[in-house]
Design a binder for this molecule. Structure first.
Ligand code: HPA
Ligand code: ZN
Length: 349
């Protein structure tokens, strides 16, 4: 919203960034929990919050690094107890996604954050899956769920979580790896990712957000992931950039997140334009929009506002990359690409 008031970019480009069809591939559903909904669910579930008001909670969203964010993110999730809470959470995200012309979303969820508090796995998965179905019916948005293991917990805990989720196998398409990167490298989860691979699940992992470029290589070579979440620290290794470009390994980049968690000093210093120039399949995503000040279109608008040389060509490439990087079939990707070009023709042709 604030980005719409940024004066520096022409209106047609802003309209295109908003209206073009796009996929969102890096979105933690718990990170879309807005303070207003936290208070509403706390009241509904009789949970006492350590903040007197929505404003006081929002004022606490000033982060110095990933861990300082995660502490608040896990605390916020404590109001999610029942299946309908997970439905309300996810459906609220889809309302925002529809407004941003997201046509497809691959959504992370962190079951361990909930099962550790006694919430049944079935309540988590059914609530989220129900919202995915409703979003398809009401907005035509297709979506899929990706189960993330919390990397600060043990690999045994990840195995137990995968086991507990298997009765709901039809409701998720893959596994991912999130939470504190420092001290918890990809190889800690080599066996559970091998098991997920045997089960035919898609594999992704956060790497190269706070961890060095080498962790991106480990995620690819040891975990055998198909996409890297974040990955911005690949800029430290020209050889890795060359590999990512050659192999078309998608990076799900989250510009506002990187600024809020001090991964980059500001959007003007963000490496995404350079990664696009280098031929990488980089995409724009919102990560935890309720905490980082914007949903996916805000990420596009603010990044483009900070990089005056980005224009229609980069907008088109980013939308195409988001389709290419998604786990949908080639025909659907081609259909979205045609829709994209029709919108470009109408707004910027
Ligand atoms: N990084 C790691 N873990 C996370 C993130 C992130 O950006 N968001 C939610 N969990
Ligand atoms: Zn993330």
């Amino acid at each position: 919203m604030a980005a719409d008031t940024l004066p520096s970019r022409p209106d047609p480009l802003r309209a295109l960034l908003r209206r073009m069809p796009k996929a969102e591939l890096h979105l933690h559903i718990e990170g879309s929990l807005e303070p207003e909904l936290i208070f509403r669910l706390a009241a509904r579930n009789g949970v006492k919050l350590p903040y007197p008001s929505v404003e006081a909670l929002r004022a606490a969203y000033a982060f110095t690094d990933l861990q300082s964010f995660l502490d608040l993110y896990y605390a916020g999730a404590s109001v999610l107890l029942k299946e309908e809470d997970f439905f309300d959470l996810a459906f609220a995200y889809f309302e925002r996604a529809a407004a941003d012309n997201v046509v497809h979303a691959e959504i992370f969820f962190d079951p361990q954050t909930h099962t550790a508090r006694g919430v049944p796995m079935a309540a988590v998965v059914h609530g989220l899956a129900h919202a995915c179905q409703r979003a398809h019916a009401e907005y035509g948005i297709s979506s899929a769920l990706v189960l993330c293991f919390l990397r600060h917990l043990s690999e045994d805990d990840a195995f137990a979580t995968l086991e507990a989720a298997l009765p709901h196998r039809q409701h998720f398409i893959g596994v991912g790896l999130d939470s504190s990167e420092r001290g918890h490298p990809p190889e800690k989860f080599a066996r559970v990712f091998a098991r997920a691979r045997e089960l035919g699940l898609h594999l992704v992992a956060h790497a190269g957000e706070e961890g060095p470029a080498a962790t991106i290589e480990t995620a690819l070579d040891v975990l055998k992931v198909e996409r890297i979440d974040h990955g911005v620290r690949c800029t430290e290794s020209p050889a890795l950039i060359e590999r990512l470009a050659r192999q078309r390994v998608p990076l799900t980049v989250c510009p506002l997140s990187n600024v809020k968690l001090c991964v980059v000093p500001d959007l003007a210093a963000h490496p995404l334009p350079a990664l696009l120039d280098a031929g990488l399949c980089a995409t724009i995503n919102s990560d935890d929009p309720a905490y980082f000040g914007g949903y996916v279109v805000d990420n596009y608008l603010q990044l483009f506002a900070a990089h005056p040389r980005m224009g229609v060509q980069q907008a088109r490439q980013l939308a195409l990359n988001s389709f290419e990087a998604s786990f949908v079939g080639a025909e659907q990707k081609a259909r979205w690409a045609r829709e994209l070009d029709a919108v470009i023709e109408r707004l910027a042709g």
